[in-house]
Design a binder for this molecule. Structure first.
Ligand SMILES: O=P(O)(O)OC[C@H]1O[C@H](OP(=O)(O)OP(=O)(O)O)[C@H](O)[C@@H]1O
Ligand SMILES: O=c1cc[nH]c(=O)[nH]1
Ligand SMILES: [Mg+2]
Length: 209
């Protein structure tokens, strides 16, 4: 069973408060989502293996450490997952970026896939899949399936806010995938929106409502 981590770092929690606030406008919302994604990436990458190298400083030789050639990838689930991508890639510039386009049908809640493009060497990469919202879990399950179908074996899911029922659905469908969150919320409302959540993440990021 995949593990679930909720990041309680004060900076993440402080910024999430403003992300949730309905009076936060598009510009600030977008900046805050990006900042929280970077902070979460900082935590997620704690276990990246290091290797020892030597560099010549202006004074002498220093034994230092560099990341041991691990290949990383980021896969935002379009649209809203894109809002988390820059913050991560700024931190890990060597990461390749794939895209999975999905929308949740408002009536059936089924996740409909409309676009997939991944790095060619997906089988060698460790992927972080991003989406601010994990509601019923349908979108995350389909996105992860799609990435696995193209060879990926090592996947982490990073979301800002999740409903417990969505987490359970992902854990059942993909027991090998750990889930990283800024908050675990109460549940879903009658329209399967996360409560208290933050509203429609895509619309708030892109001002489409
Ligand atoms: O867990 P689920 O019940 O599948 O819901 C979560 C999905 O819904 C939202 O996307 P949406 O369909 O609104 O598309 P958008 O990102 O293009 O706005 C959100 O960004 C997730 O991808
Ligand atoms: O609360 C929710 C649920 C699905 N998608 C969103 O953007 N928000
Ligand atoms: Mg949306």
């Amino acid at each position: 069973m995949g593990k679930v981590y909720v990041f309680d770092h004060p900076l993440i929690q402080h910024k999430l408060t403003f992300i949730r606030d309905k009076s936060t406008g598009t510009k600030d919302f977008r900046e805050l989502v990006d900042e929280v994604a970077a902070l979460m990436a900082f935590e997620i990458t704690r276990d990246i293996p290091l290797q020892e190298v030597e560099v010549e400083t202006p004074v002498s030789t220093a034994k230092c450490q560099t990341i041991a050639g691990k290949k990383l990838g980021v896969v935002p689930i379009l649209r809203a997952g894109l809002g988390m991508m820059d913050g991560i890639v700024d931190l890990i510039p060597a990461a390749k970026v794939g895209h999975v386009g999905l929308y949740r049908d408002p009536d059936t809640l089924e996740a409909i896939e409309y676009y997939v493009k991944l790095p060619k060497d997906s089988h060698e990469r460790e992927f972080i899949v991003t989406d601010p919202m994990l509601a019923t879990g349908g979108s995350a399950v389909v996105a992860i399936e799609s990435i696995k179908k193209r060879g990926a074996k090592n996947i982490k899911l990073m979301c800002l806010v999740a409903a417990p029922e969505g987490v359970e659905v992902v854990q059942e469908a993909h027991p090998d995938v750990d889930i990283f969150l800024a908050a675990m919320d109460e549940g879903l409302n009658e329209k399967s929106y996360i409560v208290p959540g933050l509203g429609d993440a895509g619309d708030r990021l892109y001002g489409t409502k």
